[in-house]
Design a protein around this ligand. Structure first.
Ligand code: F6P
Length: 326
């Protein structure tokens, strides 16, 4: 018999499409297994300010297709301090919460790892971020939807790029990771992707674009991952404009539109599987792990591994992009 009778659930960090599907899955799987569920609002902040409510199955009705998170979310500075975490622990005890399921990205799971080890408290994490930058899972919740949003936007920009015969630099999110930029570029037939994992020189890029224009192309689109390393789309466009003044260059920053919208079928299914697996993991005495899916199998990834920030870019994809952009 597991000692866990009551599970707290929260979403933290940047919202991601599919977080609601995960909240639904955790809630329903917990209740199915005879556990109580306490919903914590505004991420770790709600643990400090005591914004907690018991959830029944009907609290999560009709949310599987909704973007954002019904639990709200925050990036909580107080939780980074020992005093803040102590306050959070007091709230957890007050509400008789025996374990937590935390849904969020890199920063949120780092917070979970610290809290779990400080208070020897059981936590299971779910990877909820559009960035796909957590190690140990093929995909994070929200990544597929964001990729589709990018695809839609770039397809539309392609229409105007072709009509005006322009060179576009389009900036996508990803914090310090190039998964959205690289896969977005392949999905939309872009000429190149500028990602933080791979250094790209302006002359290399300029040559590639010139080659395209010399042949049959009358427009080009380059996806740029936001990042201090790439400098983002504005910096890249400036450099290319200076060296290749013959091009009519434009920049679009897609921004927070990438985090919104109804989750794709892929994300809804991923979130549902991962949410149910989080409860299985807790009942199975798993502690301080993130749920991942690798090769279609649920896996448990220790927090330290998941957040080490070294999920590799698949170099075969880079090569494919290069070959197909001639
Ligand atoms: O981590 C998700 C993410 O959307 C990143 O891609 C981006 O760098 C960051 O969040 C933006 O955060 P905020 O909404 O706080 O500006």
């Amino acid at each position: 018999m597991s000692a866990i009778k009551c599970v707290g659930i929260l979403t933290s960090g940047g919202d991601a499409p599919g977080m609601n599907a995960a909240v639904r899955a955790v809630t329903r799987a917990a209740i199915y297994n005879g556990l109580k569920v306490k919903a914590i609002y505004r991420g770790y902040k709600g643990l400090i300010t005591d914004e907690i409510e018991e959830f029944k199955t009907q609290n999560v009705s009709n949310i599987i297709g909704r973007g954002g998170t019904i639990l709200k979310t925050a990036r909580c500075k107080e939780f980074m301090t020992p005093e803040g975490r102590m306050q959070a622990y007091e709230t957890i005890k007050k509400h008789d919460i025996d374990a937590l399921v935390c849904i969020g990205g890199d920063g949120s799971l780092t917070g979970a790892r610290i809290f779990a080890s400080e208070f020897n408290f059981p936590i299971v994490g779910l990877p909820g971020t559009i960035d796909n930058d957590l190690f140990g899972t093929d995909s994070t919740i929200g990544y597929d939807t964001a990729l589709n949003t990018i695809m839609d936007a770039v397809d539309k920009i392609r229409d105007t790029a072709t009509s005006h015969e322009r060179l576009f630099f389009i900036e996508v999110m990803g914090r310090d990771a190039g998964f959205l930029a690289l896969n977005g570029a392949i999905a939309t037939g872009c000429e190149a992707a500028i990602i933080p994992e791979i250094a790209t020189e302006t002359d290399q890029l300029g040559e590639l674009i010139s080659q395209g224009f010399r042949k049959s192309k009358n427009s080009s689109i380059v996806l740029v991952a936001e990042s201090p390393i790439t400098g983002g789309a504005i910096a890249m466009a400036e450099r290319v404009k200076n060296e290749y003044p013959q091009y009519d260059v434009r920049v679009t920053i897609l921004g927070h539109i990438q985090r919104g919208g109804s989750p794709s079928a892929f994300d809804r299914i991923l979130a549902s599987r991962m949410g149910a697996a989080a409860i299985d993991a807790l009942l199975d005495d798993q502690r301080n792990v993130m749920i991942g899916v690798e090769n279609d199998q649920i896996v448990y990834v220790p927090f330290n591994k998941a957040i080490k920030n070294d999920k590799p870019i698949n170099r075969e994809l880079l090569n494919t992009l290069r070959i197909l952009s001639i």
